[in-house]
Design a protein around this ligand. Sequence first.
Ligand SMILES: NC(=O)C1=CN([C@@H]2O[C@H](COP(=O)(O)OP(=O)(O)OC[C@H]3O[C@@H](n4cnc5c(N)ncnc54)[C@H](O)[C@@H]3O)[C@@H](O)[C@H]2O)C=CC1
Ligand SMILES: O=C([O-])CC(=O)C(=O)O
Length: 312
Amino acid sequence: MSHKRKKISIIGSGFTGSTAAFLVAQKELGDVVLVDIPQAENPTKGKALDMAEAAPILSFDSQVTGTANYEDTADSDVVIITAGIARKPGMSRDDLVKTNQRVMESVAKEVANYSPNAILLVLTNPVDAMTYTVYKASGFPKNRVIGQSGILDTARFRTFVAEELNISVKDISGFVLGGHGDTMVPLVRYSYAGGVPLELLIDKERLDAIVRRTRVGGGEIVNLLGNGSAYYAPAAAMVEMAEAILKDQRRILPTIAYLEGEYGQSGIYLGVPTILGAEGIEEIIELPLTDEEQQALNYSADAVKDVMQALD
Ligand SMILES: NC(=O)C1=CN([C@@H]2O[C@H](COP(=O)(O)OP(=O)(O)OC[C@H]3O[C@@H](n4cnc5c(N)ncnc54)[C@H](O)[C@@H]3O)[C@@H](O)[C@H]2O)C=CC1
Ligand SMILES: O=C([O-])CC(=O)C(=O)O
C-alpha cells in the first residue's frame, strides 16, 4: 500500500512564513518546503533544520526543508505565499503594492511551473490586490487562488468580544467581509456568543468600539512591534485554510475570493464567506445584506479597486 504524503510549500521564510511552517509541521498536515531568495538560503535552511530538530521533542513526523530552489517545491498540494516586504509604523498596507507586485509575479510563475495542480494561498499585502496578481500571473482557475484576510480579521474581532464578555473565544463567532484594510466590514448582525446574537449581549457603544479596534487591528500590532507586522495570528489563519483544503473539510471560512457578480462586484478579489475544501473555494456564500452593510462593502471594494489602479 502506498500513501503519498501531502506537500506544503511556503514561499518567504520571514516571520509569517516560518511561523506557518512550524504550525503546519506540528499539525502533521504534510511535509514542508520553506523557500526564500538565494541571498537568504542559509538562514532558510537554518530555520528548517531548527524546526526539524524540534520534531523528536514535539513528536511530529513532518519533514521540514529549507531551500532557494523552486525545483524542491515540485508537485506541492498547497503553496502558501508570504514573500515580499511588510509595513513599518507610519505605512499603510497599500504602500507595499509596487514592490510586492513584482515579487508576486515572479513567485507565481515559478510555483505554477513546478506545481501546476497546487492550490495557492496568498498572505502578502496589500493582499486583495496581491491575490489578484497571483491569479493573473499563475493562470490558475479562480477556485485555486485564494487570499487570507477574513480569518485573521474575524479572529481579532472574536478576541476583543471574548475579552469584553469574559467568555471563551471558542464560543464567539463572527464574520468580517471586504478588503483587508481599514474599510473592512465586520458584520455584527451575523456574530454570536454561544449562539446568542452579540447585539443582545453588548451595548451599541461598546460594540462600535470593538468594530473600530478590529478595523485597525493590524496597525495596532505594527505600532507595538516597531519593525514589522503581525505573524502568529496571520500564520495560524493561513494554516487553518491549508488544513481545510488538505483534509477536504468543507469549512465555511471568510477568504479572499475572485468575484464575478457576487455581492454586486466583478473582476476583483474581495473577502467574502466561502466553503473551503479539496478544490479550494468550492462555493461563495451570498449573505443577505442590509442597505447599510452593502454600502459599506461597496466602499471597501472601491478601496481595493483604488489599490488595483496602482498595479502595472
Ligand atoms: N493578509 C494578511 O492578513 C497579512 C499579510 N501580511 C503580509 O505578509 C507579508 C510577509 O510578512 P512577514 O513574513 O512578516 O515579512 P518578512 O519580511 O518577515 O518576510 C518576508 C520574506 O519574503 C522574502 N522574499 C522577498 N522577496 C522574495 C522572493 N522574490 N521570493 C521568495 N521570498 C522572497 C524575504 O527575504 C523575507 O524572508 C507582508 O507583505 C505582510 O504585509 C502579514 C500579516 C497578515
Ligand atoms: O497590518 C499589517 O501590515 C499586516 C496585516 O495585514 C495584519 O496584521 O492584519
